[in-house]
Structure formats: C-alpha cells, structure tokens
Design a protein around this ligand. Structure first.
Ligand code: CU
Length: 346
C-alpha cells in the first residue's frame, strides 16, 4: 500500500476542476459533483490512525482547571440558506435566485454521553464552545458524516496530538476521525489564550467539509472582564455552487443564512453593554460594518473593520442609538448577495 495514494491534490482533482483553493503552497480542486463518500473510500489510513482504538481515553489527571465538557457530532443535513424566502430589506422575493436548500454538514451539541441532541438539527455554524481562562475544554467528537472529518481549534493551547489536523503519514487519530468513530480532544485555556476564536474541520478532505458548514465559534473569556449584557457571534462565509449543485449562484452568508430577516437578528436596548464577535470562515476578505455605531480599535474610532480568512475579533460598545440598523459586509457584491442583517435597538 503506497502512502502516496493519499495525495490530496490527486484526490480532490477527480471529476474535473471547478474551484482551486490554496492551503499553504498547494492547490486543491473541488467541484459540485465531488462525492465525499466515494473519495473517502480511496483514502489510505495513516498508520497512527489505523493503530488507534476507538477513543482516546482522557484521564482526570490530563485535565487542568475546570473541565468544560462537550459532546459534539458532525452530521450531514438539509440546510435552507434563505428560510424566509425573502429579503426583508427590499421586501423582494428571492425565487429568481433558484433553490436555496442544500446538502450541508453541521456540528451539533448533545447532552453528556451523546444522550440527546440539544438542537433539532445540526447547524451552520456549529454550537458555541465556551471556556474561561484556567479551564480545559474537553470535546468528545463523533463523526456521523460519510468521510473523515475533525475539529481543530484556534486560540486554545493544545498538545500536538490534539491539533485535529490531517498531516499525511504523521496524522494522529484526532486528525482523521472516521465515520462512526469518536475522538476526545483536550484543549487548554491558560492565561494568554483569552479572546474570540473559532473551530473547524481540518481533516484529510479539507477544505470541502468546511465549505459544507463544519465550523463554529469558540470564546475564551477573561475572568477579570465584566460580562456584556448582550452578546452575538457572527460567522462571515459563503455557499458556492462549486460545492452545492443545488445552487444557481454563490450566496454570501452570515451564520449560515443570507439576506435580512434570514441572517441573525441582533437585538439590544439603549444602555446595554454590547459585544459582537465576528470571524471569517471562508476564503475571502470581508468587512464588518455596523450602521449608526462606532467603536475603538488601537486608539482609532472606526465603524468598519476589514478581516480575512480565520480572522476573529470582538467589538464592544455601550448602546446609545435606538432604531432599526443594518450590519453588513462592505464588499459590495457580498452585500448584494446576502451578507447583511438587522440590528434592532429598543
Ligand atoms: Cu464580504
């Protein structure tokens, strides 16, 4: 068995090129007809993955501080990007844009021991993972999708084997979680890890599962900071016809939905201490622009912030301006094709 068979360039090139995405210095091809189950069956198992038992048994001694434990699945699902079928701002029907329900992937949180799901279906983005400086995040991850996928965190501290990344021959079991298997990740949150982060798939099929919806917010809180009155997490990303054959056009999304009334409605009252966490979960540059408001960054007052892939940040302000406001990406085609939402202040 030749390890060279796992060459991802060859793997994702099957079926003809439609999209080239670059990770590091390599380009990968993805298209709408890419069959993940079929592709996965061609993958050879890296030796450490083959040798591993079903689970990495974490002992209590491994875990420092408070144990913040999660049970998370990755699952295939049907997902409607425009469930209201309308753009509320223009009150126009979006029927002319074609079908908006796709075969996506989502992460979903469960009660301890994978007892019961906490939401009716998986979601894009996945559930919020939360910790405070000093805590450990213990994430029991079960893969219910047809190909190997993982969870890889940004920001937290983790040992090499808890990276959740595919590394070819050197891949650890957490970097190649096969269908039906469970892996327990331990991610620590020592001083210096506080902030707004996110997590996403980083398995051998990268970037396909991430395009399909496998990402979600992660926050590590500073215990010395007063919690805000209102808090929102916004992922900026897209759904491409290159990955979803159901779509007629590329749709730009916030938290898995496109257009006002479909994307997250943020709400606050005058006087509230508001925190908005934003992260980029696709390949593009975006901006976060909020009407009627401004905030400080490095001593400069701004109302629009540019961010790129995997950038994450938080803005915070005391609400002083009631009304119906828009937030959106200021890259105009993104704005036009869905990357916009409401911020409603009483
Ligand atoms: Cu944008």
């Amino acid at each position: 068995m030749s390890f060279e068979k796992i060459n991802r360039r060859g793997l994702l090139g099957i079926g003809g090129a439609a999209l080239l995405c670059t990770i590091g210095d390599k380009q990968y091809r993805v298209n709408a007809n890419t069959d993940i189950a079929r592709l996965s069956s061609k993958l050879s198992l890296p030796p450490k993955v083959k040798a591993a038992r079903d689970n990495s048994a974490l002992t209590k001694a491994d875990v420092s501080g408070n144990r913040n434990e999660y049970w998370i699945t990755a699952e295939p699902m049907r997902w409607n990007i425009v469930p209201k079928k309308r753009d509320q701002m223009t009150w126009s029907s979006l029927k002319n844009r074609g079908r908006t329900t796709i075969n996506a992937y989502g992460y979903r949180a469960w009660t301890p021991g994978f007892g019961k799901p906490l939401t009716r279906s998986p979601t894009v983005p996945g559930p919020l993972l939360e910790a405070t400086v000093g805590d450990s995040l213990v994430v029991n991850f079960r893969n219910l999708t047809p190909g190997p996928v993982t969870m890889h965190p940004h920001g937290a501290f983790y040992a090499n084997e808890m990276d959740g990344s595919y590394k070819g021959w050197w891949t650890d079991p957490g970097g190649f979680v096969q269908e039906g298997r469970t892996f327990t990740y331990l991610w620590e949150c020592p001083e210096g890890t506080q902030g707004t982060w996110f997590y996403h798939d980083h398995g051998p099929l990268t970037p396909l599962p991430m395009y399909k919806g496998l990402f979600g917010p992660l926050v590590i809180r500073d215990p010395d900071e007063t919690p805000p009155d209102r808090e929102y997490f916004l992922a900026f990303h897209n759904f491409s016809p290159v990955v979803f054959p159901q779509l007629r056009q590329l749709l730009w999304a916030v938290n898995g939905r496109a257009f006002t009334g479909n994307t997250t409605n943020m709400r606050a009252k005058v006087g509230d201490d508001v925190a908005i966490h934003v992260y980029g979960a696709d390949d593009d540059l975006h901006t976060f622009h909020l009407h009627g408001h401004r905030w400080e960054e490095n001593g400069v007052i701004i109302d629009n912030k540019t961010f790129g892939p995997a950038d994450a940040f938080r803005i915070r302000f005391i609400e002083d301006n009631p009304g119906r406001w828009l937030y959106h990406c200021h890259v105009l085609p993104h704005l036009h094709d869905g990357m916009i939402g409401w911020y409603l202040v009483d």
